[in-house]
Write a protein that binds this ligand. Structure first.
Ligand code: T4K
Length: 402
C-alpha cells in the first residue's frame, strides 16, 4: 500500500481554511448513497410500471421482506416508508405511554417518534466505549410513568441488549431498539433484528443499504407483527375488511423495494468496501495523539457504515477540525452534536456527562463506495498535519471561523 505523506510537506497557509486550494476538487460525503446494478433496478422499476403494481404490499415489498427475514433470521419483517414512521408504529403497537427512556446521543428521530405521539422521551446517558445506552443510567431514569426503553445501536454497535432486557423484565417495561444504523450487524449470539420486542432499521439513502427512503421493522412476535402490518396500512387487516385499529400510511412503495432488492445483491460488496475503508482509517489515524477511533468488535458481524473518531486537542476542537476538513471538501459530519436534550423542542437541562463529552468530540468521516484508498490516505495526512500544527493553525483560525 502506498502511503503519500503529503500532509507532512504542507505549510499551514496551504490549508484551504486559511486560503489555500482545497485538497479535493469534488466533495467527499459521509452519506454518499451506495447503488447496486442500475440495469437491474431499471428492469425491476419497468416491471412495476408494466404490471401497474406500484404500492400496497406488492411483490417487490413482499420479496424484500422475505429476503430480510432470511438474512437476519427474524420471523417477521415489515417494510416501512422510513425508520421514523417505523419507530412510531412500534411505540403505538406496544401501547407505550407516559415516558420512554432513550439515549440523547442519537439522531433526533429517536425522540421525535415518541413526542409526536404524546410520549415523553426521557434521556439517559451512554457508555463511552460503544456510544450506546448505559444500563445503569437507564435504571436511574425509571419512574412510575415509564412504559418502555428504546436502545439505539449507535454506529451499528450493539447496545447492551442483555442487560437492558434484564432491566425491562425487572420493571415490566417494553424494550425495543432503534437499529437505524445496524442493518446486518450482530449482537451477542444473534443478528440485530432479533432483540427486544421489535427492532427498526433505516434504509435511508445515506445508509449503507438504501431503498431511497425506507426502513423495516423486525420482530419474532406473531401478534405484534400482525398489528404492525395493520397499523402500517391505516389499520386495515387486508382482503377488503374494514380497519381494526388506529393506523397510518407507513407503506413502502414498489420502486423503493425494487431499489432494495437490487442493492441487497451488492450488500457484501458494500460491506467489504466499508470494512477496508474503516481498517485503513484506523491504521492511519490510531497513532495520532488525541484521536480515538470508535472500533467495532471483530467477532461480531458489522456493516462498518460509519467511520467515527473522537478528537481531543489542546488548541482545536472537533468543530474546528470539521471546518478545516470541510474547506478541503471533506464533508465530515458532527453527528449527534448537539445531543437531542439540548435541541428544540426538548432543550432540557440534563446531567448526561458522557453524552456531553462524546458529543463535543465526535466526528464522522467520509466512507462508502464513493471513497477510495487514495482519498483516505489524503484525508488522514491532512488530519495528521492539523494535529501536528494545531497551535500554529489555532493562532490563525479565529479570524476565519465564527
Ligand atoms: N434513528 C437513527 C439513529 C437515525 O440515525 C436515523 C436517521 C433515524 C432513526 C431515522 O431514519 P429515517 O426516518 O431517515 O429512515 C441523515 C439521514 O437523513 C438520516 O436518515 C440519518 N439517520 C442521519 C444520521 O443522517 P443527514 O443530515 O446526514 O443527511 P444529508 O442530506 O446531510 O446527507 C449526508 C451527506 O450525504 C451529505 O454530504 C450529502 C450526501 N448525500 C445525501 C443524500 C440524501 C448524497 O450524496 N446523496 C443523497 O441522496 O441525515
Amino acid at each position: 500500500m502506498k502511503i503519500i505523506q503529503r500532509g507532512r510537506d504542507m505549510m499551514v497557509n496551504t490549508l484551504a481554511v486559511l486560503g489555500g486550494k482545497p485538497a479535493f476538487r469534488q466533495p467527499l460525503h459521509v452519506g454518499r448513497p451506495n447503488v447496486g446494478n442500475q440495469n437491474d433496478f431499471v428492469d425491476r422499476a419497468r416491471r412495476a410500471m408494466d404490471t401497474r403494481r406500484l404500492t400496497n404490499d406488492g411483490p417487490f415489498v413482499k420479496g424484500l421482506e422475505a429476503r430480510i427475514c432470511k438474512m437476519l433470521q427474524a420471523k417477521h419483517c415489515i417494510a416501512v416508508a422510513n425508520a421514523t414512521l417505523g419507530l412510531q408504529l412500534v411505540a403505538g403497537a406496544l401501547g407505550l405511554a407516559g415516558e420512554v427512556i432513550v439515549p440523547s446521543f442519537s439522531f433526533i428521530a429517536t425522540a421525535h417518534a415518541l413526542l409526536w405521539d404524546g410520549i415523553t422521551p426521557v434521556f439517559a446517558d451512554i457508555d463511552p466505549r460503544t456510544h450506546c445506552l448505559d444500563p445503569k443510567s437507564v435504571q436511574d431514569k425509571i419512574t412510575d410513568r415509564t412504559s418502555g426503553i428504546c436502545g439505539v445501536h449507535v454506529w451499528g454497535n450493539p447496545c447492551a441488549v442483555e442487560e437492558l432486557q434484564i432491566i425491562a423484565d425487572a420493571y415490566g417495561l417494553k424494550l425495543y431498539f432503534d437499529a437505524a444504523h445496524a442493518f446486518c450487524c450482530a449482537g451477542p449470539g444473534k443478528m440485530l433484528g432479533n432483540y427486544g420486542e421489535a427492532e427498526v432499521f433505516s434504509f435511508h439513502a445515506t445508509k449503507f443499504f438504501n431503498t431511497f427512503e425506507g426502513g423495516a421493522i423486525t420482530t419474532n412476535d406473531d401478534d405484534l407483527a400482525q398489528h404492525l402490518r395493520m397499523m402500517r396500512n391505516f389499520g386495515f387487516p387486508g382482503g377488503g375488511a374494514p380497519p381494526r385499529c388506529l393506523g397510518i400510511n407507513a407503506k413502502m412503495n414498489e420502486i423503493s423495494a425494487a431499489m432494495g432488492l437490487t442493492n441487497l445483491d451488492f450488500l457484501k460488496e458494500f460491506m467489504n468496501i466499508n470494512y477496508v475503508n474503516h481498517k485503513l482509517y484506523c491504521q492511519l489515524l490510531e497513532d495520532i495523539p488525541g484521536i480515538m477511533m470508535i472500533d467495532y468488535r471483530e467477532n461480531y458481524a458489522h456493516n462498518y457504515q460509519y467511520v467515527v473518531m473522537e478528537f481531543v486537542n489542546e488548541f482545536l476542537d472537533a468543530d474546528d477540525l470539521q471546518a478545516i476538513l470541510q474547506a478541503e471538501n471533506i464533508l465530515a459530519r458532527r453527528y449527534f452534536s448537539p445531543p437531542c436534550h439540548e435541541t428544540p423542542p426538548y432543550s432540557i437541562t440534563y446531567h448526561l456527562p458522557i453524552t456531553d463529552m462524546v458529543a463535543r468530540r465526535t466526528l464522522a468521516l467520509p466512507t462508502g463506495t464513493a471513497v477510495h484508498e487514495d482519498d483516505i490516505i489524503k484525508i488522514c495526512d491532512i488530519i495528521r498535519y492539523v494535529v501536528e500544527n494545531a497551535e500554529k493553525i489555532d493562532a490563525q483560525l479565529p479570524r476565519l471561523i465564527d
